[in-house]
Ligand binder design. Structure first.
Ligand code: NAP
Length: 483
């Protein structure tokens, strides 16, 4: 029951940074899977570009290795042989002048042109400029821009301005791969294609919302990058903000890119500034042989947060007084990402034995097992009288859709296909990104200008004690962090 695969238009896709980690782990394996699914035809071309010197066959060999590793496809797979024929490679330095003429020569006319900037953000402007100056990108070309999109409002504005010199907004696809996740889109379907939830989706019936993105890994290996960023920039400003927007937004008039993004933007603009008492920062401590944050970051004085929890209020009619609690961190108890909408208790209980009474919860799980779960109260089965028990109503599509449901496309696959289709609904618009930074900047500035240090928390725990108190003082509690 998975939707029919309709091949996308023929395209030339150039991947800048084709030898990098993201290209190997996500982009090339994702494109291969779409080829196997029949969504990419033999008349499409994928051109790798990076500084490394190699020829087409060298790139095909690298792609074979990456696809073998990340899709478990044997190197002699006949479909892989077909896919490799689509690949070629052009050595290009984003800051140099060589290679651009060769790339121009390689591009065909009459097909969709897309350019994936899978390189460090400092190169986005150089590539945009050279694509335009060399006449490689036309008015219909699309560019895909990776995260991070700036590190504050000023840098995001500067980057938007640089890209805008060469491309109009309708050509710019700012990736947030959380938006490509099946359940995130399903959240919109559940809200706006059913009558059941939307009447209850407001402050009158929703007690609070919890959004959790918990990781078990530390920052080992990317300490330098992470220490310059921290959980607020790395997770809250982008991914968690997007989840909050999709949960809180008003129904768009149509499922259309600008209509959806207009509604998300209104949510961001309605966010109240977060007070110091409503935010908790943490840094993980050492566990056994595993080093603490400061050692991983190679910065003994670092005040960068590997954990953040905050209480967010939205100043509008729908959400007045309903807090959204957000938390994210490294080295936590389990790897899980979810949105939990916790409804209010019924106004009056008719049952004598209502001890088991719990509020209804709709849990939208993004990982590890994408799915949805509605917690409802029922009578405990058996002859023990009218006792109440809460049971989960599993709304996971994996089961409902049969074996194919468990094999949903990865977020990157879906998003790249949307680029080729020219659909920007699941990509962030420039004003959205800027509004998110405008809200985040004062929080980060207060930390940077203050002297406080993040609170330590045990690796493998649920985060700092203070984060528990953030909810306790509101007579609420966090959901358990569990895989
Ligand atoms: P990476 O492994 O460091 O790869 C960088 C790529 O850029 C390499 O292919 C490198 O190849 C190429 N490159 C570097 N300098 C260049 C230049 N002057 N001209 C042309 N190509 C150049 O980085 P990555 O992890 O793949 O990340 C790429 C982008 O995706 C970054 O913006 C990152 O923030 C974002 N991102 C990555 C992940 C992830 O999981 N990796 C997740 C989210 C976002 P040569 O050295 O051969 O030039």
């Amino acid at each position: 029951m998975v939707s029919r695969v309709i091949p996308v238009e023929d395209f030339d896709l150039v991947i800048f940074g084709a030898t990098g980690d993201l290209a190997k782990r996500k982009i090339l394996p994702g494109l291969f899977r779409r080829y196997v699914a029949g969504q990419i035809t033999d008349n499409c071309r994928i051109i790798g570009a990076a500084r490394s010197q190699m020829d087409d066959n060298g790139f095909r060999a690298e792609a074979t290795q990456a696809i073998a590793e990340f899709t478990k496809t044997p190197a002699d797979d006949p479909q892989l042989a077909g896919f490799l024929k689509l690949l070629s490679y052009v050595p290009i330095d984003a800051k140099g002048t060589e290679g651009w003429a060769v790339l121009k020569e390689r591009m065909r006319s009459g097909v969709v042109r897309a350019f994936y900037f899978s390189v460090a953000p400092s190169l986005f402007g150089d590539i945009a400029e050279r694509l335009a100056d060399n006449g490689i990108a036309d008015a219909n070309s699309r560019i895909v821009v990776e995260k991070p999109f700036g590190r504050d409002l000023a840098t995001a504005k500067a980057l938007n301005a640089t890209l805008a010199r060469h491309f109009h907004e309708g050509q710019i696809y700012r990736i947030d791969h959380y938006l490509g996740k099946e359940t995130v889109q399903n959240l919109m379907a559940v809200r706006f294609a059913n009558i059941l939830f939307e009447p209850l989706w407001n402050a009158q019936y929703v007690d609070h919302v919890q959004i959790t993105v918990a990781e078990t890994v530390g920052i080992g290996g990317r300490g330098g990058y992470y220490d310059q960023s921290g959980a607020m920039r790395d997770m809250v400003q982008n991914h968690m903000m997007q989840l909050l927007c999709l949960t809180a937004m008003e129904p768009p008039y149509h499922f259309d890119p600008d209509a959806v993004r207009d509604e998300k933007l209104k949510v961001i603009r309605a966010l109240e500034p977060v007070g110091v008492d409503d935010i908790v920062r943490g840094q993980y401590r050492a566990r056994g042989d595993e080093p603490d944050y400061l050692t991983d970051a190679e910065n003994p004085d670092s005040r960068t947060e590997s954990y953040v929890a905050l209480k967010v209020l939205i100043s509008n009619w729908r959400w007045q007084g309903t807090p959204f609690y957000l938390r994210t961190g490294k080295k936590l108890r389990a790897r899980t990402s979810e949105i939990a909408v916790v409804f209010r208790e019924p106004p009056h209980s008719i049952f004598d034995d209502d001890e088991g009474q719990r509020p209804n919860e709709l849990v939208i799980r993004l990982q590890p097992n994408e799915g949805m779960n509605l917690k409802v109260m029922i009578k405990e089965p058996g002859p023990g009288g009218m006792r109440l028990v809460q049971v989960p109503l599993d709304m996971s599509f994996a089961e409902a859709l049969g074996p194919e449901g468990a094999d949903m496309p990865d977020a990157y696959e879906r998003l790249i296909m949307d680029v080729i289709r020219g659909n920007q609904t699941l990509f962030m618009r420039g004003d959205e990104v800027e509004a998110a930074w405008a809200w985040t900047d004062p929080i980060i500035a207060a930390w940077e200008n203050g002297k406080d240090r993040p609170e330590g928390y045990d690796a493998g725990s649920s985060g700092p004690e203070e984060a528990l108190r953030l909810l306790h003082r509101d007579n609420r509690r966090w959901r358990e962090i569990a895989a």
